[in-house]
Design a protein around this ligand. Structure first.
Ligand SMILES: NC(=O)c1ccc[n+]([C@@H]2O[C@H](COP(=O)([O-])OP(=O)(O)OC[C@H]3O[C@@H](n4cnc5c(N)ncnc54)[C@H](OP(=O)(O)O)[C@@H]3O)[C@@H](O)[C@H]2O)c1
Length: 283
């Protein structure tokens, strides 16, 4: 375990490291093997208790829940340090990735996840996307019922606006909000303010990826700061997020030990005020 400048985050009665490991790439990366994934997961757990983020939708065309299955294997190997965040209301089928936030569908989704993971409950279960045909209160209410049944310990949402988050929080306490946030994509800064008010955590996805419309000047500034410091551009992006708020947990999407370790080295990187101004001034 390395030292960390950033404090652990409280979640699900635990104290987790301030970086989480995402598992979308575990199912969507060409040529990836179980052995490589389990080695990446083991590398993450060298840093202490880690949140693993999975979803029913993160799977291959031939399997019902590939990333859930792999997270289950990680739990079997190192259960006590693994905090599981799973998501439903969105899945993969022959047509693509439909959203279905109906309560009965969410219940079925969770059953598949629990079966594939080989566990009786997950730490956090989130609505992956708001279904435009189902009020968010109904979808979140279904997850809250599953919490009462003991299959889910905490409730989360993902890809929400401030209004949707408030509507969800009118049903039950929201522990995590998973939205895209990075030096390149600032659209969820208003959601972060609401997350802080509610005492929740913002799990920031795609933390190191520029967006299609990211100005070239911004990517150049991030790369320049990385070059000046002799670190990767991914570390600069993660340090930007970690320095934003103690309510933020960036989810890194590694499928290899080397990238995982490079990202976790960001726990020792603190950007100066001047560096932050250069980044924010180019956004
Ligand atoms: N809720 C949602 O709708 C939603 C949407 C998107 C993502 N997510 C979650 O967020 C997670 C992370 O998102 P993401 O995969 O887009 O994040 P990301 O970490 O920004 O991007 C992952 C990609 O960057 C590479 N990478 C990561 N760290 C690196 C480093 N230090 N140096 C060099 N390359 C590095 C990875 O390479 P390697 O594969 O070679 O390691 C992979 O190709 C997902 O796995 C998923 O759990 C949620």
């Amino acid at each position: 375990m390395t030292d960390s400048t950033y404090p652990n985050r409280p979640l699900a009665g635990r104290s987790i490291r301030p970086l989480a490991l995402g598992t979308a790439g575990w199912s969507f990366t060409e040529g990836v093997t179980d052995e490589r994934i389990l080695d990446t997961a083991a590398a993450a757990l060298e840093y202490g208790p880690i949140l693993f983020d999975t979803a029913l939708a993160y799977t291959t065309p031939d399997l019902s829940a590939n990333s859930d299955r792999l997270v289950g294997e990680v739990v079997r190997r190192r259960g006590s340090d693994v905090v599981v965040s799973a998501k439903g209301g969105h899945y993969r089928d022959a047509t693509g990735f439909p959203k279905d936030g109906r309560p009965e569908e969410i219940r079925k989704n969770l059953d598949v996840t629990l079966r594939e993971m080989g566990v009786e409950a997950v730490d956090v279960y989130s609505l992956h996307h708001v279904d435009p045909n189902v009020p968010i209160e109904d979808s979140v209410g279904a997850i809250d019922e599953l919490r009462w049944e003991g299959k889910v310990h905490h409730v989360g949402v993902s890809n929400v606006s401030v209004e949707q988050l408030r509507a969800a929080a009118s049903v039950t306490r929201i522990a995590t909000v998973q939205n895209r946030l990075s030096p390149y994509v600032h659209t969820s800064l208003d959601v972060l303010a609401e997350v802080e008010k509610q005492g929740a955590l913002l799990l920031a996805y795609s933390p190191t990826q520029p967006a299609k419309d990211t100005p070239a000047e911004l990517t150049a500034v991030v790369e320049a700061i990385a070059a000046e410091r002799g670190i990767s551009r991914q570390q600069v992006a993660l340090a930007w997020l970690l320095g934003l708020s103690d309510a933020v947990v960036p989810i890194v999407g590694s499928t290899r030990r080397a990238t995982l370790q490079d990202s976790f080295a960001a726990l020792e990187v603190v950007l100066t005020g001047e560096e932050r101004r250069r980044i924010d001034g180019s956004a």
